[in-house]
Design a protein around this ligand. Structure first.
Ligand code: FES
Length: 276
């Protein structure tokens, strides 16, 4: 999303000495976002770099933080896409190094997250009718929105979306693999259901993306001449109204799925089996 340059407020505007006239607790939402995102990033970083408790051999549960598992340190059963990365790399290189950097880029450039972290971390501004903290916004002629480096790089979001779609296919494969029973045949456990809920929410997030909506119906001048694209655009538009919810829900389902697999792999409890 590219914004045009916007002039700083004119000196002719009313000079109000109060920092803001808002009396409500407008700071609560950005503060909650700040706390939640920080906690999530710390958890995800630690888990991605632990290099343990990410795979349950008995039921073929693989946490999404290690998918696809491409390190030579991955157990063979967890590495359906090959093990081609040396095992002994520095601890900060995750086993899923071919997916995690792209997923990070996808979320960082997402329109929903941009709104959230511009408000909660950069305070530019933290809420409507509240002065922002960026010096550029206070200097006439300096505010350039997302039209200059580095923020113009937010436009690569559409390419991250394509890669995220491919990674969602990998996550779907992991969920299919999780239909694995104790004796090697078909089986379903609570872990299978958790992996499926997670992957369905991930698809909801990926397909409700603004870039996806543009790919489906963008630049069409006459919808009636492209009924299939119009239908797909209509469906994605419905999902798109819930994009922010999918963005938050998937943070929850990703952490929950990872925590469940980690605790199971660690032996903290047994999987609740529904079939085999
Ligand atoms: Fe959020 Fe594309 S706008 S994922």
């Amino acid at each position: 999303m590219t914004q045009t340059t916007v002039d700083a407020p004119s000196k002719d505007r009313a000079q109000i000495p109060a920092r803001t006239l808002r009396k409500d607790r407008y700071w609560l939402s950005p503060l909650t976002t700040f706390a939640f995102f920080t906690a999530w990033v710390v958890y995800a970083t630690v888990r991605s770099m632990m290099g343990s408790s990410f795979w349950v051999e008995k039921y073929h549960y693989l946490t999404p933080f290690y998918s696809p598992c491409v390190s030579k340190a991955c157990p063979p059963g967890a590495a359906d896409f090959g093990r081609f990365v040396p095992a002994h790399l520095p601890f900060f290189i995750p086993y899923a190094l071919i997916s995690l950097p792209f997923l990070l880029g996808f979320r960082l450039t997402c329109y929903y997250y941009r709104k959230s972290y511009y408000r909660a971390f950069w305070l530019t501004p933290s809420a409507c009718a509240v002065p922002d903290k960026s010096p550029a916004h206070k200097t006439p002629g300096k505010y350039t929105g997302e039209t200059r480096l580095p923020l113009i790089l937010q436009n690569v979001h559409r390419y991250f979306w394509v890669i995220a779609g491919l990674i969602s296919l990998v996550n779907t494969w992991d969920a299919i693999n999780a239909f694995h029973g104790k004796d090697g045949g078909f089986g379903i456990g609570l872990g299978t259901l958790i992996l499926w809920v997670n992957v369905i929410m991930l698809w909801g997030y990926t397909l409700s993306c603004h870039s996806c909506r543009h790919v489906m119906g963008g630049r069409l001048k006459t919808f009636s001449k492209a009924p299939v694209r119009y239908w797909m655009w209509t469906q994605v538009s419905k999902l798109n109204t819930r994009h922010g919810q999918f963005a938050l829900i998937t943070l929850g389902t990703l952490a929950l799925t990872d925590a469940y697999v980690a605790l199971l792999a660690h032996g903290a409890f047994s999987d609740l089996r529904i079939f085999n």
